[in-house]
Design a protein. Structure first.
Length: 168
């Protein structure tokens, strides 16, 4: 109720800019959805600009349209949701006990940049047709994947890559 009351008080003077710090912190799931819905309607109906500060990156991904990423008090990146979506790519994560052969197949089948080879020898394939077709191509080369998973980087993973964490 404190979050809702604080927002209501801030809206009394009909501001053009609303600054909120951790607006969904401590709320139950229903409260989070309600606050998210309220903020969206304020942005759309009142043409209100809302500056959110939060450590809850998954929540920010669902709500924000522009991002400023700050680390140790310094701005390290500014980007739009569209630019963020390009950074948090969808990919196939593929591993095989025949890692060298797997990499050779990718080198002859895909262009550099469409895939990357990770330190653990897994291949991340970013641009591909249907996953089933990729699997058929591998089986045709007698490669049996031990890992074959569709994944997507998250805002959290992108943030960690910017601040230098090895968690990615």
């Amino acid at each position: 109720m404190k979050q809702r009351l604080g927002i209501a008080i801030a809206l009394l003077n009909e501001p053009k800019l609303l600054i909120l710090d951790e607006p969904t912190n401590g709320l139950d799931p229903v409260g989070v959805v309600e606050i998210r819905s309220l903020l969206r309607s304020l942005m759309e109906d009142r043409q209100l600009t809302i500056l959110l500060s939060s450590h809850n990156l998954p929540e920010m991904y669902q709500l924000a349209t522009q991002y400023i990423i700050i680390h140790k008090g310094k701005i390290i990146n500014q980007l739009s949701l569209k630019a963020l979506d390009k950074q948090t790519q969808h990919y196939l994560r593929i591993a095989s006990k025949q890692a060298e052969k797997l990499q050779q197949v990718f080198a002859k089948t895909y262009l550099k940049g469409e895939y990357t080879v990770q330190k653990n020898q897994e291949v991340f394939l970013y641009q591909y047709e249907e996953p089933e077709q990729v699997m058929k191509n591998l089986l045709a080369e007698n490669i049996l994947p031990v890992t074959f998973v569709e994944q997507e980087d998250t805002l959290e993973e992108y943030f960690l890559s910017l601040v230098g964490s090895d968690s990615r």
